[in-house]
Design a protein around this ligand. Structure first.
Ligand code: ADP
Length: 391
């Protein structure tokens, strides 16, 4: 099988997918995950035929990400008939300049390592498997696909903070994230609703953001310098007065404690005191759960208004990712916040999980489109290695 491997390496899990290249296009074949790294490591992979592997390890056997890459590689090598053409990696930060995917060599890897301090929780994990593969077999082409790339090319007015300009030069800018998801949705929309030009895409998962897109390009998004900004998320607060952070430091909290608070203990979990999972909160009658959901919807509504203003109008609003794709209740609550823009929800279509969930009379089309970041990475990787082959 002529194949592309897609790798998405995080702090506690290594996700991967194998795509077969058929007529120059990637087609998903195997989807897998080694999660619980260092705690309860478990490798699982499935294909259309069923479960291919489901194996647990001792924490000491898979204590860190390099060990997880090693175990995953061992298993992948045991599969017959895979002719690996390239590996595509999700890399969260492409810095200020990378506005498209890139073939990785030692110089590129060094450059990407410089962005580690801009995304300390993600970037080192994203780069570790690239480095390992380079050491083991430098002949395999590896491509970096960036979460920030889709947002590059925005004017400085949208990318800067009102801070001294030297900080902008140092890289303190509004990067925006979830770009692979937005690019995939923008491409799907061009097929599904080609006449819709001014779009807001709401990527609502455990990480959540919204993006304003016009002519297939990002013009604004709710995430900024880091993936902490914008909407409240599973465990992150979203938009926050920086004075709160100063206050916490004044109270004597350490940098690590503040970081843990902002990345792991806030958002829906912190506010509800119950869970970061919207399903748990919707099922609960606890006032904390109700507050967390109401706050989430309130902030999503405000952000939609902000992005509609950035677009100067709105033709379509798209729901995607875990919450956006699976929760009719959240979609209905958020659609209500869009009424003033002329959105009218078709409740039956929403409950049924249709693609178009607005009424025929609605001035704004409401859509549900499942995202597929891995397919986007496979396509981008294939485009690069295809180009390299012919050049
Ligand atoms: P990630 O950012 O980890 O990729 P996902 O896009 O998979 O996240 O979204 C995960 C979140 O989606 C879960 O935390 C959960 O709150 C939410 N979710 C998944 N299914 C449902 C559902 N049926 N109803 C409400 N929320 C859901």
């Amino acid at each position: 099988m002529d194949a592309i491997l897609v790798v998405n390496a995080g702090s506690s899990s290594l996700k991967f997918q194998i795509f077969e290249v058929i007529d120059g296009k990637p087609d998903g074949r195997v989807r897998g995950n080694l999660d619980g790294i260092g705690v309860r490591p478990r490798l699982r992979a499935t294909s259309k035929e069923g479960v291919l592997v489901d194996r647990e390890y001792q924490p000491s056997e898979v204590a860190d990400l390099p060990a997880a890459v090693g175990k995953t590689r061992e298993w992948l090598a045991s599969l017959d008939g895979i002719d690996l053409r390239a590996i595509g990696h999700r890399v969260v930060h492409g810095g200020p300049n990378y506005d498209r995917p890139i073939l990785i060599d030692a110089a590129v890897l060094d450059r990407l390592a410089e962005y580690q301090e801009l995304a300390p929780l993600h970037q080192p994990n994203n780069l570790a498997p690239i480095r390992l593969v380079m050491d083991i077999d430098p002949t395999i082409p590896q491509v970096a696909c960036f979460d920030t790339a889709f947002h590059r090319g925005r004017p400085e007015t949208a990318d800067c903070y009102a801070l001294p300009r030297s900080l902008y030069q140092d890289g303190v800018r509004r990067y925006g994230f979830h770009g692979l998801s937005y690019e995939y949705i923008a491409e799907r929309l061009a097929e599904i609703a080609p006449t819709k030009d001014k779009l807001i895409v709401a990527h609502l998962g455990s990480g959540a953001s919204m993006c304003a897109i016009v002519g297939g390009r990002s013009v604004e998004s709710t995430m900024g310098f880091t993936a902490l900004d914008g909407l409240p998320m599973g465990t992150r607060p979203g938009q926050l007065d920086p004075g709160v952070v100063l206050y916490l430091f004044q109270k004597g909290m350490s940098q690590q404690a503040v970081s843990d608070l902002l990345y792991r203990e806030s958002g829906l979990r912190g506010l509800s005191g119950i869970s970061n999972d919207v399903r748990d909160l919707l099922a609960s009658t606890d006032p904390g759960a109700k507050l967390a959901i109401a706050h989430f919807i309130h902030r999503c509504g405000l952000s939609a208004g902000l992005l509609a203003a950035a677009l100067g109008g709105l033709d379509a609003f798209v729901f995607t990712a875990g919450i956006g794709e699976n929760s009719p209740a959240i979609r209905a609550l958020l659609a209500e916040k869009l009424n003033w823009l002329g959105a009218e929800l078709d409740h039956a279509a929403n409950e049924a999980g249709a693609t178009v969930i607005s009424t025929a009379a609605s001035r704004i089309e409401l859509l549900v489109i499942p995202t597929n970041e891995e397919l986007m990475i496979a396509r981008q990787t294939l485009a690069i290695v295809g180009r390299e082959k012919t050049s």
